[in-house]
Design a protein around this ligand. Structure first.
Ligand code: HEM
Length: 335
């Protein structure tokens, strides 16, 4: 009997020891005991399949921080890393190829009647300052923006990660700060040039005759022809879209905006941005390589009188009529 009691005591002691061992082991602490950390109920993929998102509760006031993964986030990432790159590549490479082919076929549009040796003021100092302030800002905004879209696949493989980080950081600062002169420039352009960019019947005629760009005609035009009016409206409306969506991205989640609004702003900013750059490539082409005498308008501000008569005949008449004399024109030394 004593031996039996002693054996029972040993068994009880062993049971207590075993129970204590199991109770303090980490596996026991995870409730309930049959939970397997790899079980489907606790897998992210399972949660995503069932709830379409991975989210929980947070004690900080910013409740959106509770969402860790949501389907739109992955759609957005696909847009940013795949779709936008395709749109950008097609728009930019397509435009460069188009301009190259156009240049090879049409060449530079020459001054048919040669130079008059007399110039007329086309853009005053304020207009040229605003143009170049906006243009320089735009070019740097474009390059720094393209680095966000294409830097990782195109630049990063060419350099060490730290150099890429430094370049991207500098470009990001440039993108943020140059947004201000760009926006101011767009507002000035709207005020300065709106009255000369209202579409009218001369634009229809100009377009019917191919604007002198497709054919060799010189259809009459006022201060700005239909093509230039198109560029003006693209710049003003595109610039407004870029500024609004850009500031939404720069100051995220203000005015009650949610993650879906932020993603929409980024999609509009990215798509309009790459299309905008493609259009401005065409604008730069026609203002430099594409047309003899055009650059002077934004360079010195004065264009040759024959150039003005060929491309903006109605404007020249208006200007001459306004002054009744040649107050806005002057002789330049013969070349
Ligand atoms: C007021 C003017 C602008 C503001 C406030 C602005 C602001 C921004 C911001 C905050 C971003 C996001 C940067 C990031 O993800 O860290 C961005 C991206 C970008 N911006 Fe701008 N931006 C402006 C104008 C422009 C212009 C004029 C262009 C084109 C010439 C441009 C092209 C781009 C591009 C391509 C991206 C990258 C889009 C992407 O890959 O997600 N931006 N911009």
């Amino acid at each position: 009997m004593t031996r039996l009691l002693a054996r029972l005591g040993h068994i009880l002691g062993a049971a207590v020891f075993l129970f204590t061992l199991v109770a303090v082991s980490p596996g026991w602490a995870q409730q309930p005991s049959k939970d397997n950390p790899n079980a489907s109920a606790v897998q992210e993929q399972q949660l995503l399949r069932e709830l379409n998102r991975v989210q929980g509760l947070v004690s900080i006031p910013d409740t959106k921080e509770g969402t860790l993964i949501q389907p739109q986030g992955r759609e957005w990432r696909h847009f940013h890393e795949v779709t936008l790159r395709w749109i950008g590549a097609i728009a930019l490479i397509g435009m460069v190829v188009l301009l190259a082919v156009f240049y090879l076929v049409r060449g530079s549009i020459k001054l048919a009647s040669g130079r008059a040796g007399r110039t007329i003021l086309r853009f005053d100092t304020l207009e040229r300052t605003v143009h170049w302030m906006t243009a320089v800002s735009f070019i740097i905004l474009g390059i720094s923006g393209l680095n966000i879209t294409f830097g990782k696949p195109l630049l990063l493989p060419l350099m060490d990660p730290q150099t890429f980080t430094n370049i991207s950081e500098a470009l990001k600062y440039a993108h943020n700060y140059l947004s201000f002169p760009f926006t101011i420039g767009i507002l000035f352009m709207l005020v300065m040039w709106l009255k000369d960019n209202i579409p009218d019947s001369t634009d229809v005629e100009w377009l019917k005759e191919g604007g002198g760009i497709v054919g060799h005609a010189h259809p009459p035009a006022r201060r700005f022809n239909a093509g230039q009016k198109g560029i003006f409206w693209i710049v003003v409306l595109g610039g407004a879209a870029m500024a609004i969506t850009g500031y939404v991205l720069m100051f995220p989640f203000y005015a009650g905006l949610n993650i879906a609004n932020m993603q929409a702003a980024q999609i509009v900013h990215g798509v309009v941005g790459v299309l905008f750059i493609a259009v401005i490539l065409a604008h730069i082409y026609i203002g430099t390589l594409g047309m003899e005498g055009a650059f002077e308008a934004m360079g010195s501000g004065e264009v040759d009188l024959n150039w003005a008569k060929e491309h903006h005949s109605l404007w020249v008449k208006e200007e001459m009529g306004k002054t009744g004399s040649s107050a806005h024109t002057r002789m330049t030394p013969a070349e």
